[in-house]
Every structure is written in C-alpha cells, then in structure tokens.
Design a protein around this ligand. Sequence first.
Ligand SMILES: Cc1ncc(COP(=O)(O)O)c(C=O)c1O
Length: 455
Amino acid sequence: MSFDDELFKCVLETAREFENNLKTGPVVPPQDAIDALGEFNEAMPKGKTDALDVIKQLKRLGNPAATLSRSGRFFGFVVGGTLPVTVAADWLTSTWDQNSGLTMLGYVNAKLEQVAQRWIIELLSLPQGTAVGYVTGATMAGFTALSSARTRIYKNLGYDLKVGGLRRAPKIRFIISEDIHATNIRALNYMGYGTEDFEFVPVDDQGRMRLEKMPVLDNSCIILAQAGNINSGAFDDFPEICARARKAGAWVHIDGAFGGWIKVSPSRGHLGEGMELADSWSIDCHKWLNVPYDSAIAICRDREAMLETFTISASYLTTEGERIPNNFTPELSRRARGIDVWAALKHLGREGFGELIDRCCDHASWFSGELQKIGFIIMNDVVINQIVFCLNDNDDLRLKKIMDHVAASGKTWFGPTHWQGRNVYRMSISSHETTRADLEIALGAIKDAINAVGG
Ligand SMILES: Cc1ncc(COP(=O)(O)O)c(C=O)c1O
C-alpha cells in the first residue's frame, strides 16, 4: 500500500469540484443526490477494493450529497467554516497519524498544543498557568471542564470522588441559566447528575441570567453561564456572577461555544468583559475559528484539578515531555487536534481572527437592517453574529411558508428555532467565506419567497 499520486490526484479533483460547487451549488443537497447514497448499501465486500475505486465512489456519491454548511450562504445552526490552511494541516495530521495521547507518540502535536495553549491564554486574557485540553466539541469541552470543576468542589468539601464515588458524595448545587445550551445538561447527565441537582436561574428577554433571581451561593455551587446565547448571541453579566461566586467559594463555568472568542474582536470585545474571571470555559474551534470538525477546547484555570481528573497512569505509559496531552482530556488515544488549531491561529494572527469575527458581526448587523426593511421583526439585540427574526404581521404560518420556499431554492438556508414562546427563524454568520454578495443572494431568495407566497 502506498500513497500513490493517482489516489491523491483524485482527492484533489474531488476537493476542487466541491469547492466550485460551494459558490453556486444548492446549500442543501438535492433529493436525487441524497437518494443516490442508497448505492452505498452494498453487502460487506468479500475481497479487496482498489483504493482509487473507493475514493472515486466517494467522489461520485459523496460530493453531490455533501451539505454546503461551510459555504458563505449557509446560516443555519452555528457551524463555522473551514480555512484552507486548516484542511491542509488536517491532511498532514492524518498522514502523520500521530497518537496524541503521549508526547513520544506525537512530539509535533504536544509542542503545538503547548504553543496554541499559550496563544489562547493571551488572546482571552486568561491567567498564566491556565490549562487547555483539546477535545471534539463544546459538548465534550463542557464535560471536561465541569468534571474538573467537580473534582475541585468535592475536594473543597473534603471529599475524594475517586475514592468514594458518586453514591456517597456530598451534594453539589448546579446553578444554571434557564436558557443554557442543552448540551451542558447532557454533559452533567453523563457525569451522573440530574434535574434534582439543578437550580435554574430565569433569564431576561435576551437569554441572560437575571441576577436578582440567582440563589444564594455557597462553596458547593458550580454556576453555568453563557458567552453567546445560542439564539440571541447575548452574554451573561460575568463580572457580577464571578464576584458573587468568588465570595462564596463557588466555581463559574462559561459555555462560550462561539461567543467565547469575542475578546479577540476589536469592536465587540467589551461584551466578553469579566469572562477571564471565571474558572473554566468551553469553546469550539470548529465554529468561529473555522477549523474542520471535530475540534474544541476545554479551558481550566485550575490546572491541578484538570490534571487530577484526567491523568491516566499505567506501567507502560511513558511520562516524558513538557506536556502529556492525555492528562488534559478524557481520551487516551485521540486525533492530534492541536495541529490545526495552531495552524488557524498562526495563519490568522490576532488581527486576522479579530477581523474575521468583526466581519461576521458586521454582516449580521447589515442583514438585520435589510430584513426589517422587507417586513420582518428582529427579536434580539444583534450584538454579535446571531439574528432571530419573524414577520411583523405575526403570521407564523406565512413565515414558515416563506422560509420553506427559501430553503427549497437551494440558494441559502436559515434554521427554525423557538424564542420567547414563538416559532421564529435564526441566522448565524460564522464562516470566513460569507461575503456581502452571499448576503445579497440570501436576501434576494427571501424577497422572491415573499413574492411567491404572497400576503
Ligand atoms: C452555545 C453552545 N454550546 C454548546 C454547543 C455544543 O457544541 P458542539 O456541537 O460542538 O458539541 C453549541 C453548538 O451549537 C452551542 O452553540
């Protein structure tokens, strides 16, 4: 088996074909391309298939059926995009096939995790000594950071979880924004906690915790706040939350899956004021940093708590090196994710990353103004890259018909959501590919749909 030219020529051709499609192709694949995936339903092959034929099958069936979520015209969910440099770095990562669990199995990764950690600490104004673990997504980043949090909280309460286990553990009170992203609740479920452990804090009309409703804190509390509400993009009042927590000996975790990067923005960095006062943070790299899936960082001020939670020791595991990557994440073997995170940061620099974030926010600001001109209400304060909108005649059925028409055009895509008791739509701009021309195409598709659906 070798890395022959034909195979990689075919990959490059496939990538080029996909790239061409990105500009003009339907953002959601046509039904016939989805149906054609049925051709994959073959019996398990008895013998070998030539590698080139395998890739050709992916080219023929996979390329037309790929959702163009990284394109500049896809505004559903919060999906980010992919910088070419990160795809290239990702390819090398696979070629090297480094096991990033141990330093000696991946010197490049261990070094770049360390360098990227230093840069991230600097970008987000975090204290020196803060630890960064490279995980699959914000869900796992939350799990990783919150697991470290509970190690520390139990320790403070005089309990060692590794010895006593959960059944005999003292109670931890989880103080949670009522509008927290659902994945945080799931992470706590994975950790063994349930509804009876949670105290939800009501939120205001932007999804920010109402601090006058926050319960009295003590040193058994872990607070879950948000930098970038999944719908509105709003930020909790971190200085006040962190001040109260500090006084009580509680821990503050911030879910900043996309908004966690806001400090890098020259124009909107102030929204993240006080984030640095928290104890842990979960941030996706596959969203606003535009790194390919799957990539996120779990960040913990309390390095010792993280190390105590995740370090795996065994007689055969070597412990050489400045940084042993597996000590910061739940997995032993895993993809060397530090490499493409480093590549994105190196390529963009602070200025390029800040410009990317600002551009997305400016696009959102412009687009929300255009939506208002053609009969929509903007239901959130457009503070960053998120717009929540509905029709100003409150006709939700007509809204759905319009947005279904938009989706069917293949020109662009907006996701439905629920906000303040209403069925509404949401736009998220987080791909480096989005240009004003893409926004004009999206706006045109909405205008066409309004005309087609009528009043
Ligand atoms: C605010 C927030 N938190 C957590 C998540 C979960 O992130 P992931 O899908 O990377 O696990 C998301 C994903 O959209 C999010 O927007």
